[in-house]
Ligand binder design. Structure first.
Ligand SMILES: C[S@@+](CC[C@H](N)C(=O)[O-])C[C@H]1O[C@@H](n2cnc3c(N)ncnc32)[C@H](O)[C@@H]1O
Length: 268
């Protein structure tokens, strides 16, 4: 399935009017988000992380499940977590790997990664203290305490407090879909330092084949080439994961590796 309607610009007035006519029941919720956006934009002018942290605080107060995935249904929450997990295991995640999950949320997939990995090998970071508390609830509910996962609040994506060459797998699901370009660029500039030799970084994004755009400060749509080009600037080789496109999920997925690794495996 992958990106739905990848040529569409959702920020256009005509799109929004047509959408409202097709889904009148969604108009009040969107109006609420738009009003919140106006308020938070004023309060956190130019500081996207503070802005989005406030969005998460407000969404988590309603429902932690909805805060990470638009729907409060526990079934959908579990299904999307399972989809991430099954895909990553099929694409190389092994119990001895050390994994960093950026934007771990309330462990929708993290609970499965933690169960699969050897004790202490999961490291989740998030900008939202509220969702990290909800993540602790998930750990308790799932009885995963003995796996000793790390859950840490992060102020940015410089990853400066993490060790060099440590993580075999870095994963970020539905994080760059909420991130302006400078946040993604910051991540690309620093993720190579924490990747172990041969390691990889998988992330999802909202893909457009038309004009890049955003809806409020919450949802960002990028072209694949933009992200591949941006990664290359930081010595990272990136490719679209074609088989992810067949899954019932509206985002696309890119895998990033260090270019120096490719040189090592392909050889001169
Ligand atoms: C849509 S939720 C997805 C959570 C989780 N990855 C999942 O699939 O359930 C996005 C999460 O990323 C976090 N987040 C957003 N921007 C971030 C950033 N720049 N650094 C770390 N976490 C971020 C949010 O607080 C939120 O918990």
């Amino acid at each position: 399935m992958g990106a739905t309607e990848p040529g569409r610009n959702r920020s256009r007035l005509t799109h929004r009017a047509r959408y409202a006519l097709r889904h009148p029941e969604r108009v009040p919720a969107h109006a609420r988000r738009a009003a919140r956006d106006a308020l938070l934009r004023l309060r956190y002018r130019g500081d996207h992380i503070a802005y989005y942290r406030a969005v998460m605080a407000s969404d988590t107060a309603r429902s932690a499940e909805a805060a990470v995935g638009h729907t409060p249904s526990r079934e959908t929450w579990a299904r999307i977590g399972r989809m991430q997990f099954d895909y990553l295991v099929a694409h190389g995640l092994r119990p001895h790997h050390r994994m960093l999950e950026i934007g771990c949320g309330n462990l929708r997939a993290g609970r499965l990664f933690i169960g699969h990995l050897d004790t202490g090998n999961y490291y989740g970071i998030d900008i939202s203290p509220h969702i990290l508390l909800a993540a602790q609830d998930t750990l308790v509910r799932e009885g995963l305490q003995a796996k000793l996962p790390h859950l840490t609040l992060a102020a940015d994506l410089t990853l400066a407090f993490l060790p060099e060459g440590h993580f075999d797998v870095v994963h970020a699901h539905s994080v760059f879909s909420h991130s302006p370009r400078h946040v993604i660029e910051e991540c690309f500039a620093h993720v190579g330092r924490v990747l172990a030799p041969g390691g990889f970084f998988d992330f999802t994004f909202d893909r457009t084949e038309g004009e890049e755009h955003q809806v409020l400060r919450e949802d960002f749509y990028y072209r694949t080439e933009t992200l591949i080009g941006l990664a290359a600037r930081y010595g990272l080789s990136a490719r679209l994961m074609d088989d992810w496109e067949r899954l019932p999920h509206r985002q696309s997925k890119i895998r990033v590796t260090a270019m120096s690794d490719r040189a090592r495996t392909v050889g001169p």
